[in-house]
Every structure is written in structure tokens, then in C-alpha cells.
Design a protein around this ligand. Structure first.
Ligand SMILES: Cc1ncc(COP(=O)(O)O)c(C=O)c1O
Length: 351
């Protein structure tokens, strides 16, 4: 009953094996190894576009370094008020960005609506020495609520951002989960919609610690190698981070693992709904959010279930959390087994 997070799962066996294979012999450090050198080409093939790729070990580093690279210290990054970079990165985007300002926007299900973004652009001052100027829009796909931006939503948001000379960043810690659900190609989900830079996640999908910052305009590579090194995120034994991503991408493993995680989340949501706890948001990736009575929550925890409570301002209209209830987040991963949902629901029945 391990639904705390997708990082509670281990490493996908093929990725672990690739780390072992990369361990044979010697290779130059700092990205001068053969695996790293072929990876950028691989990303370009997968995304059907030239890219500049920079590997880092954490999603926080990917987001913070990417945003620092596209927004000046006097710039603002508009993002959802509950997104990871605003809430869970201990100020890393502001730190790496030399004090750049995050401007949090509200929205149901962790999504920024086109109307909310438009209103923010109208409201926020730009230019001059007195204000931060909006420099980037950051979206999370899949969102922290396990929901998805539709392609037309992203392209409309991106068009508005570009019209205001802003760039578009996507936090793709769960990009693969979104992609397989929407049955889109990587290109159709990113640069074709106007995404300029993607934090491409692999850790939650099954790697040990591997993320990539992908710039769809390779000219943006200028200065990024220095920024990553200066920020302490250029791995010396870089071949091992590259080996993880190479294995993750090989034979569509990343998509297979994400499809499995999504299917497990669907199954869990279905079983929970059947016993009276339907998901509060549509299950569009690998996360399920449900309201549990506090007494049930206590008993499940006593029975060994692992999951986290969740705070949000973005519940759908009409959905309320009563004082004796708790909103919980249940995350499925590549390692979730089909029987896990049954065991969990059995524990609910027992409780
Ligand atoms: C949406 C999202 N972005 C980024 C991250 C950052 O990942 P890390 O913990 O590797 O820094 C997470 C991790 O929970 C996440 O959920």
C-alpha cells in the first residue's frame, strides 16, 4: 500500500542495468563521455527538433536553472500558486535566478486558465526600474493535481506569453504520464504548442536521479553550461546520469512505464469510487486525490498504508473538505502492482 509518491518506488531494472553497464572501464567526466554525447542527438530525434540538453540530478535543479536562464533577476515568472517550484523548492528558482520573482496565480486543479493568465498580464506592470517585468510563464504537465493542460490550452497560453515577449517553461517531472494519456508525440506536446524550455523528468518515471533541461532553441545553450556548473549541478561522473536517461528513452521504456503508472492510478480510482471515495479531480496522469474521513485515514495509516494529505485552494466548485475529512494524494508508479489497489480497498473495507 505504497502510494506516497512515485519516488517511493525504486529504479526500473533496465535503468539500473544501464548504470551497471556504464560502470565498465573509464570515461571522461563532466559530460565528455560517449553516452552524453549521443544523448542530445537522441533527444533531437525524439522531439523532432534540434535541442540543447543539459542533464541534472533533480527536478528542482532543472526548474530553477531553466528559469534562471530565461528570466533576468528583475524578471517575473508567472506560475500556479500550488506548483512545485512555488511551494516545494525552498526558493530555488529565486535563489538561482538571482532574486527573480515568482508571481503565483490561482486556478482550479492546479491549472492556470487562459482567462486568469490574461487578467494577470493586464494587471501586472511591465518595464521601467520600479517593477519586475513578466519574463516567463511556467506550467506543470502533468500538474500537481494529476490533471492535464489540453494542447489548445497550452498553445493559447503560449501565444499570450509570446505576445508579451515572455518565454514558456514546462515542468515535466511527469511529462511522460501526460504524453501517453493524451496520445501525443513529444513534439506535439511541446514546441509545436509554443513551449520554449522543458524540464524533462525521468526520476519519477523510474530513473535513480536524472532530469534534463531541454531548450527548443539550441541558441539558448549559451551560458547554460556555466550556470549549471556554478550552481553545483554539473555531475563529475556524468556518464551515469546520461546512462539513466538513455535507458529510459530506449525502446520507449519511458512511455511504457508511464502507461503502466497511469493504468494503476485509473484502477485505484475506480476501486475507490466503488467503495464511496471518488476522485475529486479527474485522474489524468498517475495521481488520485480523494476525501477520506479522518477516522478512516487514521486506521489506514495504522494498517501500514503510505500516502500524504494534500492542501489546495483549487477544488472543483461544490466540493468541500469537511472538518472531519482529509484530502489525500495517492500516487501510482511504474512499480505499482495490479493487486495494490485491491489490497488498499480491502484495507478500507476492513477499517
Ligand atoms: C511537479 C514536480 N516538479 C518538480 C519536482 C522536483 O523534483 P526533485 O524532488 O527531484 O527536486 C517534483 C517532485 O516532487 C514534482 O512533483
Amino acid at each position: 500500500m505504497h502510494f506516497a509518491s512515485d519516488n517511493a518506488a525504486g529504479i526500473a531494472p533496465a535503468i539500473l542495468a544501464a548504470i551497471g553497464q556504464a560502470n565498465e572501464g573509464f570515461a571522461l567526466g563532466y559530460g565528455e563521455d560517449a553516452i552524453t554525447k549521443r544523448l542530445e542527438r537522441r533527444f533531437a530525434e525524439i522531439f523532432e527538433h534540434e535541442v540543447a540538453a543539459f542533464l541534472v540530478p533533480t527536478g528542482t535543479a532543472a526548474n530553477a536553472l531553466a528559469l534562471a536562464h530565461i528570466a533576468p533577476p528583475w524578471g517575473a515568472v508567472l506560475c500556479h500558486e500550488e506548483c512545485h517550484l512555488a511551494v516545494d523548492e525552498c526558493g530555488a528558482p529565486e535563489f538561482f535566478g538571482g532574486g527573480l520573482k515568482l508571481i503565483p496565480l490561482q486556478g482550479e486543479a492546479c491549472k492556470i486558465s487562459v482567462a486568469a493568465f490574461e487578467a494577470a498580464l493586464k494587471r501586472l506592470p511591465t518595464g521601467g526600474p520600479h517593477h519586475v517585468t513578466p519574463a516567463a510563464l511556467s506550467l506543470t504537465q502533468a500538474t500537481e493535481a494529476g490533471t492535464l493542460y489540453r494542447p489548445d490550452e497550452i498553445s493559447r497560453l503560449a501565444a499570450l506569453a509570446h505576445a508579451d515577449k515572455m518565454l514558456v517553461h514546462v515542468d515535466g517531472a511527469r511529462f511522460a504520464n501526460a504524453l501517453v494519456r493524451q496520445k501525443l508525440s513529444p513534439a506535439a506536446a511541446t514546441w509545436k504548442l509554443g513551449v520554449d524550455v522543458l524540464s524533462f523528468g525521468a526520476t519519477k518515471g523510474g530513473a535513480l536521479a536524472a532530469e534534463a533541461v531541454l531548450f527548443f532553441d539550441p541558441m539558448r545553450r549559451a551560458g547554460m553550461a556555466e550556470r549549471r556548473k556554478r550552481g553545483g549541478h554539473l555531475l563529475s561522473k556524468h556518464r551515469f546520469i546520461a546512462a539513466q536517461i538513455e535507458a529510459y528513452l530506449a525502446d520507449d521504456l519511458w512511455l511504457t512505464l508511464a502507461r503502466h503508472a497511469n493504468t494503476m492510478a485509473d484502477r485505484l480510482a475506480e476501486r475507490l469510487a466503488a467503495v464511496g471515495y471518488p476522485p475529486v479531480w479527474p485522474v489524468e496522469a498517475n495521481e488520485v486525490f480523494a476525501k477520506f474521513p479522518r477516522a478512516l485515514d487514521r486506521r489506514l495509516k495504522q494498517a501500514g498504508a503510505s500516502y500524504h494529505p494534500w492542501q489546495t485552494n483549487g477544488l472543483p466548485a461544490g466540493v468541500m473538505i469537511a472538518p472531519d475529512e482529509v484530502l489525500v494524494r495517492l500516487v501510482a508508479s511504474f512499480a505499482t502492482r495490479a493487486e495494490d489497489a485491491e489490497e488498499f480497498v480491502e484495507a478500507i473495507r476492513g477499517a
